[in-house]
Design a protein. Structure first.
Length: 266
C-alpha cells in the first residue's frame, strides 16, 4: 500500500531519527522517532542527542509535539535546543508544543536549559507539559491513541502502545529490563519496536536496566507480535549478535532499524 493510501485508511508513518543506544553513535543520533499521519500533529517520541538535527531533514521542528518515555540524557537532551528553536527562530511557531513525559520533566529539562547554574528555565512559554500515568490512555490525532505503561528501568520510564485510527498497533518498549508489563504492553502488536542493548550474558550487563537480543525475541514470541524491530543498540554492542540472539527466540520477521528508515503502519 502506498504512503498516501495507507494514510487515507487511518494509517501512520514512523521515521527513525536516531536509534543508537545509551549514547549517540558514529552513524546515528540517540533515541528519536517521528510519527506522522493525515490531519495529526507530527509527534516525536524521545529527543536524544542529535535528534534535532535529524528532524530538520523531515519536519519543521517548530511544528511537532513530543512524547518522552523517560529522562535519561540519551532520550531527552536535545530538548534545550528545541526550546531555542521555538523561542528565537525568525518565524516562530504559534502556540505551544504538547509534551507528554514523566512528572519531573519541566524541572530536569529546565535545569539543563537554564542560563545560570542552579536555576531552572521555565519553559511553559513554549511547552504545554503533561504527565504520563501507568495505564493512562490519550488521544493524539484523529482516532490515534497511546497507552502508557510503567517499565522496569531506573528512572520513571514508560513503554508506549500506539493504536492508529485504522486499528494497527505499534508498541515501543522505551528502555526497560524484562518485566511482565512489557509483555502485556506488546500483546498482539503488529509491530514491536524493542530496545536490545546487550547480548544475553549476565556478566556483560547490569541487572534490571536493559533488554538483550534474546529477551527482545522472547517478548515478541510471548506477546504474539507480527514483526520485531530492534533498536537502542549501543556503539559497543554488535548489531549482528543482537539480531542473531533475537532470531533464536522469534520466528517472525525481524531486523534492527537504521537512522532515516521509514516504516508505514497501515
Amino acid at each position: 500500500m502506498s504512503q498516501n493510501a495507507a494514510w487515507q485508511h487511518g494509517g501512520m508513518r514512523l521515521t527513525v531519527l536516531g536509534c543508537s543506544g545509551s549514547v549517540s553513535g558514529p552513524d546515528s543520533p540517540a533515541s528519536g522517532y517521528l510519527l506522522t499521519g493525515p490531519d495529526m500533529t507530527p509527534t516525536v517520541i524521545d529527543f536524544g542527542p542529535g535528534v534535532l538535527g535529524a528532524l530538520q531533514r523531515h519536519q519543521n521542528p517548530g511544528d511537532v509535539d513530543l512524547f518522552l518515555t523517560h529522562l535519561h540524557a540519551d532520550h531527552c537532551l536535545d530538548l534545550p535546543g528545541l526550546l531555542v528553536w521555538r523561542r528565537y527562530h525568525p518565524n516562530p511557531p504559534s502556540g505551544k508544543a504538547v509534551l507528554y513525559a514523566p512528572v519531573d520533566a519541566p524541572q530536569r529539562i529546565g535545569n539543563a536549559s537554564a542560563e545560570v547554574g542552579g536555576e531552572c528555565d521555565d519553559w511553559s512559554d513554549v511547552i504545554d507539559a503533561r504527565v504520563w500515568s501507568d495505564g493512562g490512555e490519550y488521544e493524539f490525532g484523529p482516532g490515534h491513541r497511546v497507552l502508557s505503561r510503567r517499565m522496569y528501568h531506573p528512572p520513571e520510564s514508560y513503554g508506549l502502545r500506539i493504536t492508529t485510527a485504522s486499528g494497527k498497533v505499534l508498541v515501543y518498549t522505551g528502555d526497560t529490563a524484562m518485566c511482565p508489563a512489557v509483555v502485556e504492553l506488546a500483546q498482539g502488536a503488529d509491530i514491536l519496536l524493542s530496545e536490545a542493548s546487550w547480548t544475553h550474558d549476565p556478566d556483560n550487563r547490569p541487572a534490571g536496566i536493559h533488554l538483550s537480543g534474546t529477551e527482545a525475541g522472547q517478548i515478541a514470541t510471548q506477546a504474539g507480535v507480527g514483526e520485531l524491530l530492534l533498536t537502542h543498540i549501543p556503539p559497543w554492542t554488535a548489531r549482528e549478535d543482537v539480531i542473531a540472539e533475537a532470531k533464536e527466540q522469534f520466528s517472525g520477521p525481524l531486523r534492527a532499524v537504521s537512522p532515516g528508515e521509514v516504516i508505514d503502519i497501515d
